[in-house]
Write a protein that binds this ligand. Sequence first.
Ligand code: OAD
Length: 247
Amino acid sequence: MLEPSLWLASAQRLCVLTGAGVSAESGIPTFRGPGGLWRQYKPEELATPQAFRRDPNLVWEWYDWRRQLIAKAEPNPAHRALVELEKRAPKFTLITQNVDGLHRRAGSRNIIHVHGDIWLVRCTVCGRQDQNEIVPLPEIPPHCSGCGGLLRPGVVWFGESLPAQEWEAATRAARQCDLFLVIGTSAAVMPAGGLAMDARSAGARVIEINAEETGLSRYVDVSLRGPAGELLPALLKEGIPNSDRLL
Ligand code: OAD
């Protein structure tokens, strides 16, 4: 059995961090790679509190478009492999930077959403938060059914803090795990991008799965190069299809 599979099979406290790459095979664009959203759009015009104050219509149009894209997408084999891992590992925490809800739809249970959830809307006036899965939105920008105030997407924007409870739970899980998997993330956005190194400093082994080399690759125990939807299921099946992917 190859080492990463062995580590996975014997992990007692498994912690996983996912990013946009885990949903790429479901047809959802990543942010920084080829075809990435931030290559086409400017984050400062769409994903900051200032952008929302300046032009809530534009921001909501963009989120409405992403919600429609995500609503059509289905979880892929990487999401499903993580559901299987959760069943096998004595303790399992899934930390995701993704707001698409595909881990939940696949059936993962112990999920920490550190960047929020695109299916939540929050009132900028009374603070009421609701689940809203209507696509497309009938009104842009949408308004609060309680007080009539302007709603905003329930996601974390650049310049905002991560939700405190979620972040505390994420850092605790990273520091307490014995194996940390970092999957489909450039790890370029802090603080979430730093969790793998936190885990490593606290003594965990770290396995990276990514289509490309990242800034983390050389610091982890093993970096597997390829699509998460192929590599993760293969790892679970105790073998890696092309061992030349094992760096
Ligand atoms: P990025 O777009 O920065 O990185 C996606 C990563 O996935 C890249 O390293 C790709 O090489 C990799 N990748 C692409 N397809 C893959 C596949 N099929 N299998 C495995 N890996 C694949 O996305 P994130 O790291 O998630 O934040 O970005 C972090 C944050 O930046 C996002 O949560 C979002 C964004 O701005 C906010 O909106 C606050």
